[in-house]
Design a protein around this ligand. Structure first.
Ligand code: NDP
Ligand code: HSE
Length: 439
């Protein structure tokens, strides 16, 4: 009988994801060997603390603190430490030693992706990262391979499970943001310091990765416009539902043409937005993720599932390991990252979007006309207006609530309109401004 080829796999990190990856590689060894065409031997798992308790079933003798020594023995290195350093240095060590690398590290890819892809290309190695966006959801390979023959025009993604859980709980249970965040922390969705989730940093990293892949263009993290969701109130969520919307924190990547300059480019942004209840993204509940892709030929596609979790994320990592092993067995260099389009990355002011603006206004003759003028003076067209019965102020100066939805207009014109409304003598207060997406 011919002995099957053996590939040595080093797992850097034995935490939530790494421990599951190592355990599944060991437990499903025969099945994975049959699929990969080679035995996948776990040669070690790098951790900081050899005595810390771990999920999964990892033989104690596989644990080590010496990452560099382990990398030198490996054909495939799986980086599941997280953060920028030492992950970056260890991945470069692995690539330079000729190993293929698998990582789930969105922070590192969004910050140092071009350097790592360049290093992989130099040595003909593979760098796979299916788990970096959307956890278990296959979205990287569909964008890189399945849609490589199409032109992606837009991506709308719910790519952070913690914030989707919080917003969904506010919507479904009527919880405040503070209570929903406390519950997300209790359930282990939010980090001990949830800033990366609720301020949109995590989603911005994922947006940079998705935009780079979808538009064959390097989109740096600094170019992603980012607004968190900490200013979203329960009142906004409740009135959004009454008006037929759900509030979601979206990562939006678009290929656009700047109306003023005619320059074609790409944009990436993260902010809370109103999504019509009829849109598939409005039905993404709990800590789930979904990525809605619009492509010229394919039309609309949605990828949905668990965006986090140790074993769920391990599924995507294992897929990458099998894929890397198959290439090892077949031979030949890894496929380089495609950035051939090299489109300019346009600023937020080039984006066109729709706004829903809620105002408390003085309820007297001429007010509606005065407000309409603020919109028309800035070239913003109003799509719908609804006014409540008098609901505030006093007898001398009663007020009412006005909800205005605009047509798509330049972000800069919309922002200028909101500033002008806030300064208008007929506006008591600007209660809420939210962008509307998915229409
Ligand atoms: P954890 O914090 O649970 O695990 C990190 C592991 O790395 C631990 O085993 C830790 O050792 C080890 N480690 C940390 N620093 C060092 C170091 N300097 N040297 C050696 N080992 C070190 O992280 P996760 O498993 O949650 O995440 C891993 C990666 O996967 C991250 O990039 C994350 O963004 C990504 N990811 C995670 C998801 C999730 O649901 N958890 C979802 C999608 C992506 P020790 O155990 O001894 O402390
Ligand atoms: N903190 C992230 C989330 C983990 O809530 O989605 C997955 O990247």
């Amino acid at each position: 009988m011919i002995e099957q080829r053996k590939l040595r796999v080093a797992v850097l990190g034995g935490g939530s994801v790494g421990s599951q990856v190592a355990s599944l590689l060991i437990a499903h060894g025969d099945e994975l060997a049959a699929r990969a065409g080679a035995v996948l031997e776990v040669v070690g798992v790098v951790v900081r603390n050899l005595d810390a308790p771990r999920d999964g079933d990892i033989p104690r003798e596989l644990l080590t603190t010496d990452a560099s020594a382990l990398i030198l023995q490996a054909d495939i290195v799986v980086e599941l430490i997280g953060g920028l350093e030492p992950a970056r240095t260890l991945i470069l060590e692995a690539l330079n030693s000729g190993a293929d690398v698998i990582t789930a590290n969105k922070a590192l890819l969004a910050t140092h992706g071009p350097e790592l892809f360049e290093a992989a290309e130099q040595v003909g190695a593979q760098l796979h990262y299916e788990a970096a966006v959307g956890g278990a959801i296959p979205i990287i390979r569909p964008l890189r391979d399945s849609l490589a023959g199409d032109r992606v025009s837009r991506i709308l993604g719910i790519v952070n499970g913690t914030t989707n859980y919080i917003l969904d709980r506010m919507d479904v249970e009527g919880d405040t943001l503070e209570n929903a965040l406390a519950e997300a922390t209790r359930l282990g969705y939010a980090e001990a310091d949830p800033t990366a989730d609720i301020e949109g940093f995590d989603a911005a990293q994922k947006a940079a990765i998705l935009a780079s892949l979808a538009f064959h263009t390097t989109v740096p993290l600094e170019a992603v416009h980012r607004e968190g969701m900490t200013s979203v109130t329960l009142e906004q969520v409740v009135s959004a539902r009454k008006a037929g919307y759900a509030v979601k924190l979206l990562a939006i990547c678009e290929r656009i043409t700047d109306a003023a300059t005619g320059v074609e480019g790409v944009t990436a942004r993260v902010h809370p937005a109103l999504v019509p209840l009829s849109h598939p993204l409005a039905s993404v509940h709990g800590a789930n993720n979904a990525v809605f892709v619009e492509a010229e030929a394919a039309g609309s596609l949605m990828f949905y599932g668990a965006g986090a979790g140790g074993i769920q994320t391990a599924s995507a990592v294992l897929g990458d390991i099998v894929s890397a092993a198959r290439r090892h067995v077949a031979g030949g260099p890894g496929v380089a990252e495609s950035t051939q389009a090299n489109l300019p990355v346009l600023p937020m002011s080039s984006v066109t979007t729709k706004y829903q603006i809620t105002l408390t206004v003085v309820d007297e003759p001429g007010v509606l006309a005065a407000i309409a003028t603020q919109f028309s003076d800035r070239g913003v067209s109003v799509e719908a207006v609804s006014q409540s019965v008098r609901d505030g102020g006093d007898e001398a100066r009663p007020t009412a609530t006005l909800v205005i939805v605009t047509h798509r207009a330049a972000e800069s014109s919309l922002a200028a309109t909101v500033t002008a409304l806030a300064a208008s003598p007929v506006v008591s207060s600007v209660v809420s401004v939210l962008r509307v997406e998915g229409q």
